[in-house]
Design a protein around this ligand. Structure first.
Ligand code: ADP
Length: 508
């Protein structure tokens, strides 16, 4: 069994669109992630609050100060050696000195770390605001800032003073603006970049998706145009299980079927032409014969009563041939106009069949052919149908003569006829042991002028209308006709007819 590979070509359009949307969004997320990573690498201080970088009061600045204070506290209470502590505190001092602030750290009431004398620092602090050095304080005022914090490590207690007279509260809004503008500008840029990336990736993915849809669509429309312009040999080359693939397959199949039916119609038309030409030709033979024998009579060539009788018999036979051929022509025209009219009567089907078969048997015997009518079940012997007897005899005659015509040379020909009753219908089956019909042909044999073996064109062999006549007559009876066959073995023609169901009158 051929297993269809799951490749992208087979993706349903629905899935394709979904994949495009998801890929677009995923691509945007990945690109944004990469951008964020780049920003993190190249702009490490972007949101760095650990160092003080402004002399103005703001929420952001307050956070920065509180981080600075906690950095000092953490260092004081850490396990670092005295040298390391001093080095790190110096680094912090360097940072805050840039905004004009000073640090003074007192250890158990003794001086521990400063770059300025204790007196100077305390004076500066007092000029900013009043304070109690045992209490924590976070003062941001008009005169500057003063932060007092206490830290304890084991039995050692530290008091940290941070002072700055340069520090101003100023206009809150405008002071705020520096840092917040910085943030808002950068945020806007990032947002804009994300949106751009999103739009770009969706556009790219949509273009790719559209391409994968429009390309096969173009193939499809080009193909349909080519086929509809009359090139029925054209096949669209696109193999996929998606919606377009299914449509392409249907269009290709349609073209193939159209080609096949045109071919069939042409063959039938050809067959019809040959048949009419054949009949015209065959009419000439008995006519010539009639003329010849009539001349013989007229000119006294048939000079004995025996000869004259013989001539007259031949003329009569030829006239019969002409009549048969004319009947054939008439049937064809009736078939073409679908206007066979029936004269139906209620008939016992079993009796009709057994009468017909007992006569047909003798004719068949001359051809070394056996016809057997199987005795039906008792109740089936009383089935009544509405039948135009002469027309229905024609149906049986056509089927029987086909069985004889298409008998197998390998065995003695035999046709078995059965009758089986059902609830509302009855089926007549005529099974022969002839050459059979191929599966390819069997669905066509009831079509006018269809002949399984197209090589046979001579009228005397058949004209391809026998079964078409049967079909027309059976259908006019409200019945159905069909065939089953095993090529080389047998053919069964089945006819179903409606039973006439008599209402039982209980009053009788
Ligand atoms: P034809 O005049 O060619 O017999 P029909 O309409 O009677 O035309 O039959 C159509 C075709 O069906 C025949 O050409 C023949 O190929 C096939 N056919 C009909 N009956 C039989 C049968 N009993 N056995 C085999 N083939 C048959």
């Amino acid at each position: 069994m051929k297993v269809k590979k799951h490749n992208s070509k087979n993706l349903k359009i629905k899935t394709r669109v979904a994949v495009a949307a998801i890929s677009g969004i995923a691509a945007a997320i990945i690109m944004t992630g990469v951008l964020a990573l780049l920003l993190d690498i190249f702009l490490p201080n972007f949101y760095n609050f650990s160092s003080v970088n402004t002399k103005n009061y703001s929420l952001l600045n307050q956070v920065q100060w509180s981080q600075t204070v906690s950095a000092i506290t953490m260092e004081l209470t850490s396990n670092d050696t005295a040298d390391v502590k001093e080095e790190k505190l110096s680094e912090i001092y360097d940072d805050i000195e840039t905004v004009g602030a000073d640090i003074f750290i007192q250890k158990d009431n003794g001086e521990y770390f400063s770059r300025k004398p204790k007196k100077e620092i305390l004076q500066k602090a007092q000029s900013i605001t009043t304070f109690d050095q045992d209490e924590n304080l976070n003062y941001f005022g008009d005169n500057g800032l003063l932060i007092i914090t206490h830290a304890k490590n084991d039995n050692t207690s530290y008091t940290i003073f941070i002072t700055s007279t340069d520090y101003t509260v100023g206009n809150l809004a405008s002071n705020n603006s520096n840092s917040s503008r910085l943030i808002s500008t950068r945020t806007s840029i990032i947002l804009l970049v994300i949106i751009l990336i999103l739009i770009l990736s969706i556009i790219i993915m949509s273009l790719i998706t559209a391409q994968t849809i429009t390309k096969p669509m173009k193939k499809l429309t080009d193909g349909i145009e080519e086929i509809s312009s009359g090139n029925l040999d054209y096949r669209i080359d696109y193999d996929s299980t998606n919606e377009i693939g299914i449509t392409v397959k249907a269009v290709n199949e349609m073209a193939a079927r159209l080609k096949e039916s045109i071919k069939q119609r042409e063959e039938m038309e050809e067959s019809r032409k040959q048949m009419t030409a054949g009949i015209a030709h065959d009419l000439r033979t008995p006519l010539t014969s009639i003329k010849g024998y009539v001349e013989g009579l007229r000119d006294g060539i048939a000079n004995t009563p025996e000869k004259q009788k013989e001539y007259i018999q031949t003329i009569y036979n030829s006239a019969n041939d002409i009549e048969r051929l004319l009947n054939e022509l008439q049937t064809i025209s009736l078939l073409e106009r679908r206007s066979i009219e029936l004269n139906k009567q209620e008939i016992n089907l079993h009796e009709f069949l057994s009468d017909y078969v007992s006569e047909a048997k003798y004719t068949a015997k001359k051809n070394n052919y056996t016809i057997e009518y199987k005795e039906p079940k008792e109740e089936d012997k009383h089935i009544i149908v509405n039948l135009d007897a002469p027309r229905f005899s024609r149906v049986l005659m056509n089927i029987i003569s086909n069985s004889i015509k298409y008998a197998s040379k390998a065995r003695d020909g035999k046709l078995t006829i059965t009758l089986t009753g059902y609830d509302k219908s009855v089926i007549i089956a005529l099974e022969d042991n002839g050459i059979g019909i191929s599966d390819k042909n069997i669905s066509h044999i009831f079509e006018t002028f269809y002949r399984a073996d197209q090589a046979r064109t001579r009228v005397s062999d058949g004209s391809g209308i026998g079964l078409a006549v049967c079909k027309e007559i059976v259908e006019q009876h409200g019945g159905h006709i069909w065939a089953t066959s095993n090529e080389g073995k047998n053919t069964t023609i089945l006819i179903s007819l409606n039973k006439v169901i008599k209402e039982v009158n209980n009053d009788d």
